[in-house]
Design a protein around this ligand. Structure first.
Ligand code: SF4
Length: 458
């Protein structure tokens, strides 16, 4: 996951990109960067850390120009280090190409081998760099044609924004795994991973970029082209379950409402005889509301989240993840003492976080703890941009639900069925990727895969 943002035709382009990235912070907390262009010079500022840490007034003032592209990173290919911070900026035949990419390419190794055989020297271990090399080797007559010929060579998941000299480019892979939307503000065009970024800068949402669509924005306006179609779309259903912000509309529907519907469906499938429903804040909030409405069990806030701690799942190492769990959520003992509670969680990946939370709730005096998960068990790795890469790390891939129940320490554990999850969706089931729940991968898989595959290159 990553957050991407681009803006064309605004005198405060970099400041707006900064705000856009701020709204997209939940999509990646490892690093952030902005590249701007004023018609003569390209400038960049990027570093490790949160958007608020990476940029200050001086940095933003230095990013002059009417075009900017920005990126917040959560690594899925390549380490979390300064070399791999995006946007990735290169110069080519007197032009500049800046690339901000969300997703994961699945033919990375094959393409990199081909590029290196042709003489390419790579600077990073990110799959995104391959895009620049494909463009550098192209014999297209101009950059538009170059983009149109280069992108279809990529396999896997990509939503991206690119700045090529005076042009802003937006593209979404033909499966449409990751979201990307278009907005307008004071005559300027904005592209963002989610609509919450448009809201923050007061841009008007125009439409989603369609799967397989490329748009070119320059002083003449906006032009669109379509890449060759795939036999189906594969929108990432996990965006609705966990990743996207609830105030965003993605794939044409509000995320909060979809999550609430998942909670309703969960209550229908697996009711619980309890005194209160409580979410694991914040990602379980919307589903817990739906569960409460459907079941008639009152919703209570049983734990308070410390908002000054980042989301745990997207921290890069297990060591940091465990530490953060402990400092992040504090139970309200007076709400929980002697109560039979049903906890609504969005998902369980490794199970260690849930175990630690349940322990805290028991210590706070809950008499019974029942857990309901608003998606099916995650049994297969994702190769399209979410960092649960090996079966070994996925608790539901290796254990039965009863075993997980005992490991986590709850009185009962139920997951929403695959059919129930799809029923709660606003689009037909054929529109979605559900591979992490059923192992049916819609797009070609990499021959070898590891987040660090390009580090071991050679
Ligand atoms: S495998 Fe799961 S997380 Fe990955 S793209 Fe498909 S639905 Fe999303």
């Amino acid at each position: 996951m990553c957050g991407i943002f681009g803006i064309y035709g605004h005198k405060e382009a970099a400041s707006l990109a900064y705000l856009g990235l701020y709204a997209l912070q939940h999509r990646g907390e490892e690093s952030a960067g902005i590249v701007s262009y004023d018609g003569k010079r390209v400038r960049q500022h990027k570093s490790m850390g949160l958007v608020s840490d990476v940029f200050n007034e001086t940095a933003l003032k230095s990013l002059k120009g009417h075009i900017a592209v920005g990126h917040t990173r959560y690594s899925t290919t390549g380490s979390s280090n300064i070399k791999n911070v995006q946007p990735f900026l290169v110069s080519h035949k007197g032009s500049h190409i800046a690339i901000a990419h969300n997703g994961n390419l699945t033919n990375t190794v094959q393409l990199r081998r081909e590029m290196e055989d042709k003489g390419s020297i790579f600077q990073t271990t990110m799959d995104s760099e391959i895009i620049a090399h494909l463009m550098a080797h192209s014999e297209a007559k101009d950059y538009r044609e170059n983009v149109m010929l280069s992108l279809p060579q990529l396999e896997g998941a990509y939503s991206m924004v690119m700045m090529i000299d005076g042009m802003l480019v937006g593209a979404r892979d033909p499966y449409g795994f990751r979201p990307l939307c278009l907005g307008r503000l004071d005559g300027a065009y904005a592209l963002a991973s989610e609509t919450c970024a448009l809201d923050l800068i007061h841009a008007k949402y125009v439409r989603d970029i369609e799967p397989g669509e490329i748009i070119f924005i320059d002083k003449k306006g906006i032009k669109r082209v379509s890449m060759p179609k795939k036999d189906k779309h594969a929108l990432c259903i996990f965006e609705y379950i966990y990743f996207a912000r609830p105030d965003s509309n993605i794939f044409g529907k509000n995320v909060y409402l979809v999550r609430k519907q998942l909670g309703r469906q969960l209550a229908k499938e697996y009711p619980a005889d309890c005194d209160i429903v409580m979410p694991i804040p914040d990602s379980g909030n919307s589903a817990a509301m739906g569960f409460s409405e459907e079941s008639g069990i009152p919703l209570e806030v049983g734990m308070i989240r410390n908002h000054y701690v980042g989301r745990t799942f997207i921290q890069p190492t297990q060591h940091i993840r465990d530490f953060r769990v402990k400092i992040k959520l504090n139970p309200i003992k007076d709400v929980l003492k002697g109560k039979r509670i049903v906890i609504v969680e969005d998902s369980i990946v490794r199970g260690t976080t849930s175990k630690s939370r349940v322990k805290t709730l028991r210590e706070a005096g809950a008499s019974q703890i029942h857990m309901r998960i608003s998606c099916p068990p995650i049994i297969s790795p994702c190769f399209y941009g979410i960092d649960f890469p090996t079966k070994k790390e996925l608790i539901a891939s290796n254990h039965t639900i009863d075993w997980i129940r005992d490991f986590i320490g709850v009185d009962s554990l139920k997951y929403l069925s695959l059919e129930g999850m799809l029923k709660a969706m606003p689009l037909a089931k054929s529109e979605f990727c559900t591979a992490c729940f059923n192992g049916m991968y819609p797009a070609k898989l990499p021959k070898q895969f590891s987040k660090y595959i390009l580090e071991r290159w050679g």
